[in-house]
Design a protein around this ligand. Structure first.
Ligand SMILES: [Zn+2]
Length: 569
């Protein structure tokens, strides 16, 4: 008799909920492993099927190899108009080998849906906001990283083939998994002129010897990553996948390949990025965004290039700082940094396009950091050896073995496998996903939230009444980032008085001194350029007679709000 392969090992009666985690989720997902693109797609489908009132799942476009790029739109569809709520966009995995964004996005979707109606913070979040979650915007090369032999750092590009060595052939000389362990490790050879020896304290490690060292041990030379000369041109691994960098392909401060290595042909020439841009362009309600990369434990903001400093002005940097510094607290070991200053120059990066071109406050997190190995700041690659010995028991290292190479002769192959170093180890994955998600929630929480906080009436005599409305934004972000105001990216906010006979309308610039600015045309629909964060805007109308009017606020990024006539005292 055949037994089912998986069984529900515990009934709900046998479970006690741990703090902060859904104890009896409708959709069971293990967050201590990674999923292929098809795996992520299957999980998002399960979540959408289990929560039809909270999730709409659709493909935002096709990848180079024709895979769907799946997006989960998550909100409480029973409250308000989903397309009018402030939107928060999250994606992962633009760099093929930087995989855990896929799981972090999926965790976020899972957590939102499983916690809705149980945790007030999440319920309110989904009543007021909409999340657009795209676990992988690079499904082809995600699979390549997982299913083909790779290093921890390959591939970075998507699957558009390019002729790196300009011999008329495309991607014809990539890595070769000579020892068959599924990873591309290192090749070394005994050599009397070599500069490396085996570390006497740890045979896995090589150490460099200096010119003055007296060396009695066998010397070795490194021969690079595992590979053959597949095209017989005298070089090894010189035309691997790509090469282009999908994160140099965005239409903000884009530079061609000879200035910015990896820039491909023109902005948005990678179809996956084009799909994201098309989606964002028709969702002007998106006011916060997050992309997930690895590694290094960084919360990054733009600008990517020093030449772009003036784009990020002081008011907006204050908002970035407030959220980024909170992130450092939420995710121990991560530092809040600026790309061009603390990392390297990036032209045509995703986060700069979101902010520079769309006025959306955007962070990129570089997931996983060597801090995590022993929860200390010493970090460093050296700790990989002890970590893999102490905590993953050798799972991350292929021992050195001899191999007869067609060109190099007798060599040895071994080294770290692809899943150590950048991808978070399984037992830490859920914690890191949760902490990064909490950071995105803090960011999403501080998207603008508008309300009509007060409506006051004053009789002016002669059948005229003055109506003053106070519009409040009680969150950190304005309805328009200063970049947005500068380039008029998003339309202005409208504050309308409906159901009254409006004679005049004005914006109150200084209530104490009675300074107002009249809007002569269409006074019933006042045009307000911006509603600042943590602040109020006051508007005033003179109306004739008495109606049952409502005050309506309509903001692309701040959503909609309504207020009505004060009740008679
Ligand atoms: Zn990256």
């Amino acid at each position: 008799m055949l037994f089912p392969i998986t069984v529900q090992s515990q009934s709900s009666a046998e479970v006690f909920g741990a703090l902060g985690s859904p104890a009896n989720p409708k959709v069971a997902v293990a967050f201590n492993k990674y999923y292929t693109s098809e795996g992520l797609a299957a999980i998002s489908k399960k979540i959408a099927t289990a929560y039809p009132n909270l999730v709409k799942r659709r493909s935002i476009g096709k990848s180079t190899e024709g895979r769907d790029i799946w997006m989960m739109e998550i909100t409480n569809y029973k409250v308000g108009d989903a397309s009018r709520k402030p939107g928060f966009y999250v994606d992962g995995n633009i760099h093929s080998n930087e995989i855990q964004g896929g799981e972090f996005c999926t965790y976020t979707a899972w957590y939102l849906t499983e916690s809705f109606g149980k945790i007030d913070y999440i319920t309110e979040m989904l009543n007021e906001r909409v999340f657009y979650i795209v676990p992988t915007i690079n499904p082809d090369a995600r699979n390549n990283y997982m299913l083909e032999a790779n290093t921890g750092s390959s591939p970075r590009a998507g699957m558009i083939a390019l002729d790196d060595d300009q011999d008329g052939l495309f991607d014809e000389d990539g890595y070769d998994d000579l020892n068959g362990d599924g990873s591309i490790t290192q090749m070394r050879r005994k050599s009397e002129n070599g500069t490396m020896i085996i570390d006497p304290k740890d045979p896995r490690q090589m150490i460099r010897v200096g010119v003055d060292d007296v060396v009695t041990a066998q010397r070795y030379e490194y021969l690079g990553s595992e590979g053959l000369d597949n095209d017989g041109d005298g070089r090894i691994n010189e035309d691997t996948h790509g090469y282009y960098d999908p994160n140099r392909d965005w239409a903000w401060k884009w530079q061609p390949d000879y200035i910015q290595r990896g820039a491909l042909r023109y902005p948005f020439s990678a179809p996956e990025n084009r799909a994201v841009a098309d989606f964002v362009l028709v969702h002007p309600n998106i006011s916060g965004a997050q992309s997930y990369h690895n590694s290094g434990g960084m919360i990054l903001r733009g600008p990517g290039a020093e030449e772009d400093i003036s784009t990020y002005n002081r008011q907006d940097i204050q908002i970035y700082d407030a959220i980024g510094k909170k992130g450092e607290k939420l995710i121990p070991g991560y530092r809040y940094l600026t790309v061009y200053k603390d990392l390297y120059s990036v032209f045509g990066g995703e986060l700069d396009w979101f902010y520079g071109s769309r006025g959306v406050y955007t962070f990129t997190n570089e997931l996983f950091t060597a801090y995590a190995y022993y929860k200390d700041t010493k970090g460093g690659r050296d700790q990989m050896y002890t970590f893999d010995k102490d905590l993953t028991f050798g799972d991350g290292f292929t021992p050195w073995e001899s191999y007869n190479h067609p060109i190099y002769g007798e060599i040895e192959i071994g080294g770290f496998k692809k899943n150590i170093g950048r991808a978070t180890p399984g037992f830490m994955l859920e914690e890191e996903a949760h902490r990064n998600m909490a950071f995105t929630f803090y960011h999403a929480y501080h998207m603008p939230r508008l309300s009509v906080s007060k409506v006051e009436e004053k009789s002016l005599g002669g059948g005229l009444t003055q109506v003053t409305a106070t519009i409040k934004n009680d969150r950190l972000m304005p309805t328009h980032a200063s970049q947005d105001l500068k380039y008029k990216i998003t339309r202005p906010d409208y504050i309308s008085l409906k159901g009254a006979n409006v004679v005049a309308g004005m914006i109150v610039e200084n209530e104490d001194f009675g300074v107002t600015k009249e809007q002569k045309h269409n006074p019933e629909k006042l045009v307000v350029r911006n509603i600042p964060g943590n602040s109020v805007v006051k508007v005033r109308w003179i109306i004739k007679g008495n109606g049952n009017y409502t005050v309506e606020v309509d903001s692309a990024k701040g959503g909609v709000a309504k207020g009505s006539k004060p009740s008679k005292k």
